[in-house]
Design a protein around this ligand. Structure first.
Ligand code: FAD
Ligand code: NAI
Length: 442
């Protein structure tokens, strides 16, 4: 009898399995594809490898501004694919080692719940005290006629292209659409992004969305809003009242939880098309059955999946724990980056929480000027009107991903402007812009 069987070895499942293994529990993790899940194999890691290349390309093309002659830089797609494979390989081997060292049994196969205490892996029935469902998500396919055209890619197949397409159309200006637009535009594609809404909602802050939209457009991307894709015919796309032709079309219209073929109905697990319902402790409605990560449809971020998995394991083995989503940062790794944590202005207004806001341009940090010649951006701080406690931080500008954790820490520990004033940031770092934005709110 196992103490825990985890279904799915993505960042939710493998970290949870390792954590339970390190507690001395008898744990197995079942994975039907490759350990590491979407994040390591076709998500976070490969896309950031691509974005490192396009950002480097940008820097080379602008090297003269830094006193270096290197303007002839070109992207070598096969070499980039090889680098991506190497990095993914190193990290997935690392996950295998982690599971092994934690005493977790890794089982290859497709798992289904047979009862609340048994899991069926391709016909083999395993008994367990607890089940953690961490099956992740897959690309959503909108009901657009012609979306099954061979010209239509999803984020996974787009990461396998061995050349840079001349014309790329992207459906959706969310995280995936914007990150891929950033990469392919710098790589030389003529990129058109078609978004059905009036603006991108990925940034979570209206002013930052506008800045991001301007920057993406300046990089050469034809970013169109109110452009719901109605029909695809081979390589032709009909969106709003316009028509365009592309070599490839990237479907980036969201992700849906993997809830099929899992035995959820058989066991009576409460779920719908948005995911498995869980408490902030990772519990489902069925005792002994837990869920974490994208399959819950809550945050769809790797680090949120990991924390949810660990929270579930702590609770199942008698260590009360709960997840606090407010302190979980989100980053869009476009050029420029967008990073945020805590409440947005819209949320504070909807909740009737009074707040003060202030901004500081990234350029107040000397390091930003040194590192990102010609770049711009700003940090916005939202603090409680009464006590000056840090409620939210939203930033646009390269380097923002690296300091947003400091803002998350301030929110988690309920710091006030007066506390932040006493913190000493190393100089010169881009994070100094964060301190300046918060201090200005005081
Ligand atoms: P997954 O990583 O999806 O893992 C689930 C695993 O379960 C899979 O390996 C699957 O094969 C397995 N599985 C499913 N069903 C079964 C079954 N019945 N039996 C056995 N195994 C099964 N997030 C970030 O935080 N930062 C980023 O930069 C980022 N970039 C992204 C870029 C892209 C292109 C994409 C698509 C996603 C990105 N994400 C990013 C999101 C991130 O990948 C997910 O939030 C994260 O992978 C969720 O982890 P998970 O463990 O819930 O699920
Ligand atoms: P998304 O939900 O962020 O964006 C999808 C966009 O497609 C929306 O703006 C939506 O309005 C639009 N859309 C839907 N149907 C459309 C249609 N028919 N025509 C035109 N536009 C349409 O989803 P996305 O970008 O696919 O990413 C999925 C999730 O993966 C994200 O929510 C995020 O959580 C995660 N992710 C995280 C990353 C990160 O942390 N840096 C990077 C990539 C993905």
């Amino acid at each position: 009898m196992h103490d825990l069987i985890v279904i799915g070895a993505g960042p939710g499942g493998y970290e949870a399995a390792a954590h339970a293994g390190q507690m001395g529990k008898r744990v197995a993790v079942v994975e039907k594809r490759r350990v590491g899940g979407a994040c390591l194999n076709v998500g976070c890691i490969p896309t950031k490898t691509f974005l490192k290349a396009s950002k480097l390309l940008f820097e080379c093309r602008n090297a003269a501004k830094y006193g270096i002659r290197a303007s002839e830089a070109q992207l070598d797609m096969p070499a980039l694919l090889a680098r991506k494979a190497r990095i993914v390989g190193t990290l997935t081997r690392g996950v295998e080692t982690l599971l092994n060292r934690s005493g977790v049994e890794a089982i290859a196969g497709h798992a289904r719940l047979a009862s609340r205490n048994t899991v069926n892996v391709d016909g083999r029935v395993l008994e367990t005290k607890n089940i953690l469902i961490a099956t992740g998500s897959r690309p959503a396919v909108p009901p657009v006629p012609g979306i099954d055209s061979s010209r239509v890619l999803d984020s996974s197949s787009a990461l396998e292209l061995d050349h840079v397409p001349e014309r790329l159309a992207i459906i959706g200006a969310g995280y995936i659409g914007l990150e891929f637009a950033s990469f392919f535009a710098e790589a030389g594609s003529k990129v058109t992004v078609l978004e059905m809404l009036e603006e991108t909602t990925a940034a979570g802050d209206a002013e930052i969305s506008k800045r991001l939209t301007d920057a993406i457009r300046r990089s050469g991307v034809d970013l169109r809003f109110s452009a719901a894709v109605r029909r695809i015919d081979g390589n032709k796309i009909y969106a709003g009242d316009s028509e365009l032709t592309a070599d490839y079309i990237l479907n980036a219209t969201g992700r849906v939880p993997v809830v099929e073929d899992l035995g959820l109905d058989k066991v009576g697990v409460d779920y719908d098309r948005k995911g498995i319902r869980t408490s902030d402790r990772g519990k489902t409605n069925i005792p002994g059955v837990w869920a974490c990560g994208d399959v819950t449809g809550r945050k769809l971020l790797a680090h949120a999946a990991t924390r949810e998995g660990i929270v579930a394991v702590n609770n199942m083995f008698g260590q009360p724990d709960r997840i606090r989503y407010r302190g979980i940062p989100a980053v869009i790794y476009t050029h420029p980056e967008v990073a945020s944590v805590g409440y947005s202005e819209m949320e504070l207004e909807a909740l009737g929480i009074e707040y003060r806001k202030s901004t500081a341009p990234m350029g107040v940090a000397g390091r930003f000027l040194i590192e990102h010649e010609g770049g711009s951006g700003f940090v916005k701080a939202l603090v409680g009107a009464r006590y000056g406690n840090v409620l939210g931080v939203h930033a646009i500008g390269d380097g923002a991903s690296e300091f947003i954790m400091a803002a998350a820490f301030m929110i988690e520990t309920e710091m006030r402007v007066s506390d932040v004033r006493e913190l000493v940031f190393p100089h010169p770092t881009i994070g100094e812009a964060l301190k300046e934005a918060i201090v200005r709110a005081g």
